[in-house]
Design a protein around this ligand. Structure first.
Ligand code: NAD
Length: 500
């Protein structure tokens, strides 16, 4: 068996185990970034297909909204069990479709399992508050109700985790889901859909709670514009968010945006440098720089910058770049040739601004048609325009600072606001950073990537302001009602108003 047919066979086998029968062909070619192998061809969905899927989901909502939340939780519990059973199949598909190394692919599936656990617990904790009423004999409270059909639009780089953050929570909140995955990762989506359908059969949940629609932005637009979609949860580039948000707003729909980041870490003179280097290298080079939380800017105190750069450069030279299925590889492929062109262009612009590439940034020859690069470490004289942009590839820009106020100002002076961290052993510095970082995620002594599902995930500014996953993110998937109940025999009006 040659390498190409091997990958195709592996994909078909993993899909088969998850219960997916691959269709015979179609206009959507699915290629693996590992070596460019065409893994499958799938039919694209039309606007009519999307309309039908939303119609089914809207009908399922009528039933699902009346199922008590703890009973809805049983569906998610069963899904979690199936995800455990098929963890290695899904991880294999993630590596095949995205090129993540197996350990990161398995970690992504583990996130799905974890968020199912979280959502099952949540199904008994969709709490509303009771507030003291200003009127005697009255009860004032809020209750939370299912919202409607949720449209999930997801990016290529977390092809299954982002779906699960949305879907596990949406389902316990009483909402069906119509999912448009990235056009480059439809196979993992079909596998998730098959597992969820099986879970629904096993627990006797209504038909039509979940649909996958395949295609590009046009299919996404059909979801975005449909008034039956109560919430559009869209993950992807800032460019996409700018197009989606006004369209949803025009119909007064709800939008949850998880967009690009340009994440930074500050390294102070007191930092534990062994720990810092490990944290920085994983955050900046892991997943070949293709996480929304990838570390892209390192702001280092002048007194230690030479040492830090030298140590990171040394660690970079030991990173093995190559086929993610090969033992010992830590950096897999970029998703496309276009990503490499974006990286090349950013490095040229950085050089024109006076930047110096200290390590990496080169194309690495790996057999097949995959696009492989060595992660780049670039010293910059300042935070120029290119540094303020998100280039979705492994480039880490190093900037220098003299005092913490300057470092935090540099940190916040970009349009995005997703993840951030500080490496320091000085509590005062750590607390100052936590109170002043303008990101949705701020860490101390760990890198910017690799969040846990228990916290709310998301960012500010151009990152879109949405929050998914843990904490009280579920509130985005429900509607709140304020209820006042009069159990007295009088009818006192609020604010002491007299009428008649
Ligand atoms: P992308 O914006 O190209 O595509 C994301 C999704 O949006 C895809 O499914 C795509 O088909 C769809 N889409 C694009 N234009 C659309 C439109 N006009 N209407 C409706 N749908 C549309 O992003 P990508 O290249 O797949 O992913 C990388 C980007 O995603 C990076 O910017 C990364 O930072 C971001 N991202 C953010 C998070 C987060 O949680 N903040 C997580 C993962 C990825």
């Amino acid at each position: 068996m040659n390498a190409t047919s091997d990958l195709r066979t592996r994909a078909a086998a993993a899909l088969g185990r998850c219960g997916v029968d691959l269709p015979d062909g179609g206009a959507l070619a699915v290629t693996s970034p590992v070596d460019g192998t065409e893994l499958a061809r799938l039919p694209l969905h039309s606007a009519e297909d999307v309309d039908v899927a939303i119609g089914h989901a809207a009908r399922a909502f009528e039933q699902w909204r009346d199922v008590p939340a703890p009973v809805r939780g049983r569906l998610v519990r069963r899904l979690g069990e199936l995800l455990v059973e098929h963890k290695s199949d899904l991880a294999e598909l993630v590596t095949l479709e995205v090129g993540k190394i197996p350990s990161e692919a398995a970690g992504e599936v583990q996130e799905m399992i974890d968020v199912c656990d979280f959502a099952v617990g949540l199904s008994r904790q969709l709490y509303g508050r009771t507030m003291p009423s200003e009127r005697p004999g009255h009860r004032l409270m809020e209750t939370w109700h299912p919202l409607g059909v949720v449209g999930v639009i997801s990016a290529f780089n977390f092809p299954v985790a982002v779906w699960s953050w949305n879907t596990a929570i949406a389902l316990v909140c009483g909402d069906p889901v119509v999912w448009k995955p990235s056009e480059t990762t439809p196979l993992t989506a079909l596998a998730c859909d098959a597992l969820l359908r099986r879970a629904a059969d096993d627990v006797g949940a209504p038909d039509g709670l979940h649909h996958v629609v395949l295609g590009d932005a046009t299919v996404g637009e059909s979801l975005v514009d449909d008034p039956r979609i109560a919430l559009v949860s869209a993950t992807g580039s800032v460019r996409m968010g700018r197009l989606v948000a006004p369209r949803v707003a025009a119909r007064f729909g709800r939008c949850l945006l998880e967009l690009g980041g340009n994440n930074a870490a500050i390294v102070t003179p007191s930092a534990d440098l062994d720990l810092t280097v490990r944290g920085v290298v994983f955050s900046a080079a892991g997943t070949a720089g293709q996480r929304c939380t990838t570390l892209r800017r390192l702001i280092v105190h002048r007194s230690i910058v030479d040492t830090v750069v030298e140590r990171i450069g040394k660690a970079y030279s030991g990173l093995r770049v190559g086929n993610p299925f090969d033992e010992g590889v830590l950096v897999g492929p970029l998703v496309s040739e276009k990503s490499y062109e974006a990286m090349r262009s950013a490095l040229d612009r950085a050089a024109a601004d006076g930047g110096v590439v200290v390590a990496g940034g080169e194309r690495v020859d790996v057999s097949g048609n995959g696009v492989y690069v060595s992660p780049a470490l670039v010293r910059m004289p300042g935070q120029t325009e290119v540094v303020q942009e998100e280039t979705f590839a492994p480039i880490l820009y190093v900037l220098t600072y003299d005092d913490l106020d300057e470092a935090i100002a540099l940190h916040n002076a970009v349009p995005q606001g997703l993840s951030s961290s500080i490496f320091t052993l000085d509590q005062r510095e750590a607390e100052q950073f936590l109170s002043r970082s303008d990101c949705g995620i701020a860490n101390v002594n760990i890198g910017t990537s690799g969040a846990e599902i228990g916290g709310a995930f998301g960012g500010e500014k151009e990152t879109g302001g949405g929050r998914e996953s843990g904490s009280d993110s579920w509130k985005a998937y429900m509607r709140r009602a304020t209820n006042t109940v009069n159990y007295s025999t009088e009818l006192p009006l609020a604010q002491g108003v007299e009428f008649g």
